[in-house]
Ligand binder design. Sequence first.
Ligand code: ATP
Ligand code: MG
Length: 580
Amino acid sequence: MGGGRAPGRDPVWERARAQLDGLPGQRGLNIAYEAVDRHVAAGHGNKVALRCIAADRTVTPVSYAELARRSNRFANGLRALGVGKGERVASLLGRCPELYVSVLGTLKNTSVFCPLFPAFGPAPVAERLRLGEVRVLVTTAELYRRKVADGRDGLPGLDHVLIVGPGTGDLPGTIAFDDLTSGASEDFTIPETDPEDMALLHFTSGTTGRPKGAVHVHEAVVAHHATAALALDLRPDDVFWCTADPGWVTGTSYGIIAPLTHGVTMVVDAGEYEARRWYGILAEQRVNVWYTAPTAIRMLMRMSPRGSPPDLPRSFDLSALRFIASVGEPLNPEAVRWGPEILGLSIHDNWWQTETGCIMIANVAGAEIRPGSMGLPLPGVTAGVLARGPNGRAEVTDGRVRVLDEPGAEGELALRPGWPSMFRGYLGAEERYRSCFADGWYLTGDVVRRDVDGYYWFVGRADDVIKSAGHLIGPFEVESTLMEHPAVAEAGVIGRPDPVVGEVVKAFVSLKPGFEAGDRLARDLTAFARRRLGPAIAPREIAFDQHLPKTRSGKVMRRLLRARELGLPEGDLSTLEETK
Ligand code: ATP
Ligand code: MG
C-alpha cells in the first residue's frame, strides 16, 4: 500500500477538527490561521503568545495580535519575492521572535517551512538545503558567514537569504529581514489552503543513519491540537514551556503549533541549558506544563540524585507546575521515580517520531504510571506488535504481517495509518517511504513489548537490539538498570560480535560527580547488573566515557559507539553533538 494518505475518520480527530475554525469565508485549513489569527478574530489578540527570554534573562512579550501582524508582513514579504505555494523556506536561527514570525508567515503564504538546527555545521546545512530544494533561508549574519556563505555557489536553488538582526550591510547576496518586512502590509489574506497541502519539512534526528526529510501537511494541525490536550494536559490559560529546539519536530509541533492553537502563553528561552537557569525559569514564569527530554532530566538528576536532600529544586517555587512530560528517548524508571521524590511531580513519558508528527503513545494525566513504560496509545491511535523476522524488522510474507496479540508479546511497533499528522512522504525517497508500510500498517522501526494491560514498553530500535546466547536483549533495559547504580549518570549499551555467543553486551557509562572510573567500579557495576538482570543479559564489559556521543536532539548514538568499538566507518555524523 502507498501509505497514510487517508485523513483520520476517528471521532477523536473529528472532534478536534470541530474545535478549530477553518479559514473564514472559504474551505480549507491553514496551520497558521488556527495557531494565531483565529484567537485575534475571537477578541483575544492582547493575550501574550510568547514570552521571549534572552540569554541575559530579559523578557520580551509578544501578543497574539502582534504575532498575527508580523507574520502577515512576512507573508507579504515572501509574496513580494515571488515565493509561492509549496516552495520551501528554511530557518537557521536560535529561539528569537523572528523564527516564530517566519514559521507562521511561511505557512500563511502556503509555502513550506523547514526548520534547521543552528548548531549544524556547514556540510549538514548545505545537504539539507539541497535536499529540501530550499528557495529562502532565514538566518543571522554570523550563522550565514560561518555556515552558508562559502557553500552558496553550490546551492543554485537558494534564491534569497534573509538576515535577522544586525550585520547585513557587508553581506552580498542577502536581504535584511527588517527591510523586507517593515515596508510590507500588515494585512494578508491567507489563500485557500487544502488540508493536504504540504506545510512542513522535518529532517529526522539521524540516530540510525542519514536523516530523512519527512513531509507534513496542514491537516497535521488537527492532531497537534488534539494531542496537546490529551497527552500534555494543555489548557488555554496555561503557561507552557517546551525545551526542544525548533530545529526538531518536537520544537515545532509542540514548541510552536500545538500550544498556540490552544491560545496559551509560551515561554521561549534563548539561553543555554543549565539546571539553575531552568529551575529559575520554571519558578519565575510560573510554568504550568513543561515538555522536555530524558537527557535534560538526567542532567537535573545528576545535580540532585535520589536519596540526597533536594536542596536545589526546593530553593525554587515550582508550585505552579502541574504536568511534566518527556520525549525523544526512553525515560529510565530511575528518572520516573526521581520526579515525585525530588520534584514532587510525576514525569510522563510519551512516544512518537518525526514521521508520526504528533504524540502516539503516552502516560496521560491521572493514569497509573508504570516506570519504564511509554504508556498507552492515545485515543484515535491504533497500535500493534508485529512478529519480527531474521533481520530484526517485522516479517512480511506474501505481503502479510503477523500481529502478536498475546500479553508480553515483543516485536516491531506498528501503527494503523490515518491520523492527521501522519507524514506523507520522505522528500526525494519514494521507495524508502513505501518500504515503511506493509499489510495496512506503518512500521516504526522500534521494538516494543506490550503488557497484559496494554501498556507499551520500549525495548530498543530494531537495529540496536542485541542477540546474545539465544537471548534478545534490549539496550534500554540494561541502561536503565545501570542507571540505578548511584555512580551512573548515563549509559549506552551495544552488542559486540563474539564467535561464541553471537554478541556480548558492552556498556559505556558516564559517572555522576564524586565517582572515579576504574577497574574497581567496573567490577562493582558488573556485579550490580548481574544481580538484577542475570548473567545472560548483564554487560560483560564496562567502559567509562564522560561524553557519550549524542544527537543534537539529545539521543545516545549507539550506532556510533558500536562503529567506534568495531573500527567500522562512523557513517553520517551530521547530527552528532560536539562535546567540549
Ligand atoms: P532517525 O530516524 O534519523 O534514525 P530518530 O529516529 O532518532 O532518527 P526522531 O524522529 O527524532 O528521529 O526520533 C524518533 C525515535 O526516537 C523513535 O522512533 C524512538 O526510537 C525514539 N523515541 C522517541 N520517544 C521515545 C520514548 N518516549 N521512548 C522510547 N523511544 C523514544
Ligand atoms: Mg527514526
